[in-house]
Design a protein around this ligand. Structure first.
Ligand code: PFF
Length: 434
């Protein structure tokens, strides 16, 4: 454990807001609809809700506890809490690697949100029909340098905030802007639900066909809930290490899980009715959010203003997530290698840029950055959400449930028995049911 004075969050609300800032992001608005669309809609939603509430919340508590007890980055945390020569610190390294890989592909889409903020400001969507908006997405992602510049700008922005530290940078931003995003999403929801043909989209999202639940749906929902809640790789161990007092972390974890789930469901309620109404396939993948949303704004009075506000808030929600990812790397570099905060942020961002640019360029048509039919982007996404986070999450609950004492409450029984079994069963079932 480092004996240097560490920063702490100013209040319990600070922890909740920073965690919500980490959790809410592209995972809710971009990735959740993609995954739900590709995995049967309502069937996916139900599995997702069960996993988020039953496994996600306890795992979040587990990470907070590990962070608060060790007051350390993920690597230092396991070294401090496990016996010195055990292999547990490797779990910390797995988390830091996972944060690095997520940040690499996450900033691809983060860059798109920045590009789309520019497009919204320039009024590029006004008066455009669906084919034109689809073409804009294809042109933007195929552009030889624009998405890369947007990605690097986003990474630079993240590094600047992280350099300023936990309280000034992370806590203050999260507190003000997250509630505003929710307001805009509710407005969008109302609009989407009143589009003609919205009912079909609602049925897709809410009427389950249980025969669609396969091993693939289970692991996708598990991966999505871990990704969306930022768990299974040490981001919340890091944030937990900045908790100063004996605050009730269970209520914080429940609050964040509910808020995160609400935003993901809202995103579904905005995107699926609108997609069906405009004739966009729910399996459209990457383009789903980036074509559906501008189309919804087109149909609204004051669409220009709402579109601009939406992309501005999406950029900010994404930024509070990239901050938490870079913070994992920075906390580890400052405490393990004794680099300064500024140097750590620069090294972390520069390293991410190298892999991240490959992920961004892999979207171009005809790009050689593929392995089989998967792009570098998909590979990073799948490696982290479908493998590293479930394995990391499993080991974290096993560590807290079986290696640490003093755990009594019901939530710890879940951490000890239910969560490990559930994660292991889902993980193995998808390997067997290919
Ligand atoms: N939870 C974020 C989202 O849903 O967009 C993504 C993320 C952030 C994953 C931070 C992991 C993490 F540590």
């Amino acid at each position: 454990m480092s004996d240097k004075k560490r920063e702490t969050f100013g209040s319990k609300l600070g922890l909740i807001m920073a965690t919500a800032g980490s959790a809410l992001g592209l995972g809710n608005i971009y990735r959740f609809p993609c995954e739900a669309g590709a995995n049967g809609g309502a069937a996916f939603l139900i599995v997702y809700l069960v996993i988020a509430l039953l496994i996600g919340t306890p795992l979040m508590v587990a990470e907070f506890v590990i962070g608060r007890r060790s007051k350390s980055n993920p690597v230092g945390a396991f070294r401090c809490l496990a016996s010195a020569k055990s292999a547990w610190p490797l779990l910390g390294y797995l988390g830091v690697l996972c944060a690095f890989l997520i940040l690499a592909f996450y900033t691809t889409v983060a860059g798109w949100t920045l590009g789309y903020l520019g497009k919204a400001a320039a009024g590029h969507f006004s008066g455009q029909d669906l084919p034109a908006i689809q073409r804009q997405f294809a042109d933007f992602t195929n552009h030889p340098w624009l998405p890369v510049v947007c990605q690097l700008a986003f990474l630079a922005l993240t590094a600047v905030v992280v350099m300023r530290g936990v309280k000034d940078g992370i806590e203050r931003w999260s507190k003000i802007l997250m509630p505003l995003l929710l307001v805009i999403m509710v407005v969008l929801c109302v609009k989407s639900l009143t589009l003609s043909g919205a009912g079909e989209g609602l049925a897709f999202f809410f009427k389950p066909d249980f025969s669609k639940i396969t091993g693939r749906v289970l692991i996708s929902a598990l991966g999505q809930s871990f990704f969306s809640l930022s768990i299974g790789m040490g981001a919340l161990i890091t944030y937990g290490s900045y908790i100063s007092r004996k605050d009730n972390m269970v209520s914080s974890a429940v609050g964040v899980t509910l808020a995160d789930t609400l935003v993901a469901v809202l995103a579904g309620v905005i995107i699926f009715p609108a997609a069906f109404s405009f004739g966009i396939q729910p399996e459209a993948g990457a383009s789903l959010a980036f074509t559906t949303l501008p189309m919804v704004f087109q149909q609204m009075t004051g669409g220009y203003f709402f579109c601009l506000m939406f992309f501005l808030l999406l950029v900010i929600a994404t930024l509070t997530s990239t901050i938490s990812l870079l913070e994992v790397i920075v906390a580890t570099l400052t405490e393990e290698l004794h680099l300064s905060r500024a140097k750590s942020a620069l090294v972390g961002a520069a390293g991410t840029a190298v892999i991240g640019v490959l992920a961004t360029l892999s979207f171009r048509t005809g790009s050689p950055l593929h392995l089989g039919s998967s792009t570098v982007f998909d590979l990073l996404d799948h490696a982290t959400a479908l493998y590293m986070m479930p394995i990391g999450g499993l080991l974290i609950v096993l560590f807290l449930g079986w290696k640490m004492n003093g755990l009594r409450k019901a939530i710890y029984l879940i951490i000890r028995y239910l969560a490990p079994v559930a994660i292991a069963v889902i993980f193995v079932s998808q390997l067997l049911m290919r």
